[in-house]
Design a protein around this ligand. Sequence first.
Ligand SMILES: *Cc1c(COP(=O)(O)O)cnc(C)c1O
Length: 391
Amino acid sequence: MSFTSERVKSLPPYIFSRFQQKKKELEGKGVDVIDLGIGAPDLPAPDFIVETLYSEAKKPENHRYSSYNGCIEFRKAVASFYKKFYDVDLDPDTEVLALIGSKEGIAHLITAVTNPGDTVLLPDPGYPVYQSAVHLAEAVPAYLPLDPHHGYAPAFEKVPPETLENSRLMLLNYPGNPTAATAKPDTFLKAVTKAEEHSIAVAHDSAYNLVTFDEYQAPSMLQVPGAKEVAIEFGSLSKSFNMTGWRIGYAVGNKEMIKALSIVKSNTDTSQFLPIQKAAARALNSDFSDVRRHNSIYKDRMEKMIQALKEIGIEADKPKATFFIWAPVPEGYTSLEFVDKVLDEAGVIVTPGTAFGPSGEGYFRISLSVPTERLEEAVERIKQLNTGGDR
Ligand SMILES: *Cc1c(COP(=O)(O)O)cnc(C)c1O
């Protein structure tokens, strides 16, 4: 007898659990393991957001159900953020939907847009959650390879024509996890054009839209003229405002997809706790000085780590966004061999590129979201690694 569906049984294994197991073993032996595998901010949410949560939580009217699509203050705040940052107009009633984190929204969108057996194009390398969500919706994942020689832009020419014809939906993610790649000026235009040509819906995951360095500003896919005809964009306060556990994000863009997603959601959940939505609205209406402050912390960590990698002969691109470094493994190692070596010899967990799809072979991902002293300790240990490189 089994009480687990085939759908759940056949989910691809969660690669991160392998490292958690090994981490426990090493810690059992007294090793001080530094985990640079986790992709969640270590910094706290800004005080004014916490204060807003607190004062809103004290109002009994906020203890009721939210409206299904999220409260109007939050939806308006998202629309005005899009106007201010991207000069994109959004109707808060039909083009904005509150989410309980963007992960939930992405998973439900697949059910909302695809029929069982439909093909969904997924970036390779990409965020592993996409593949699981496609699997759970009984759709069929197909890889959309990203081209490392062209800034990890989608290589549509590498997708077989019949796959493109059968695709109902494609997912993209810039600035990207795990590659930290940013969209080139024509990336979104090309994707929207492909989508129109082949009648494919596009979902752009912009979880790292505000985690950017120096003068770089990440564009929105909705800035492409006509994008709203085919595209929906996901955003989240998790990474920008360090609100991962609060579970608040949004979907914006194509009205039909917003509607379909809202129907799935209204039959599944009843939106997020109102004080969280109101605190998030306050965050989106703020001057973003906290976001800039956090970004400069990530940038400082990033530069230290890039330098350490250089010293052991690993040349990684300096990212313009995200808190990830995506780096090539030294010659003579597979991704998995190298991350095992880093864990065994330095007590540092990094993620093998293959956790993010077959094209991740030959790379590993470092997450910079641990306190700076820990990061500096990891940097010192990594400098001692003998990779057979330049030393
Ligand atoms: C962290 C992350 C998310 C999830 O964000 P939530 O809003 O917290 O669900 C989505 N996409 C990518 C690429 C991420 O790294």
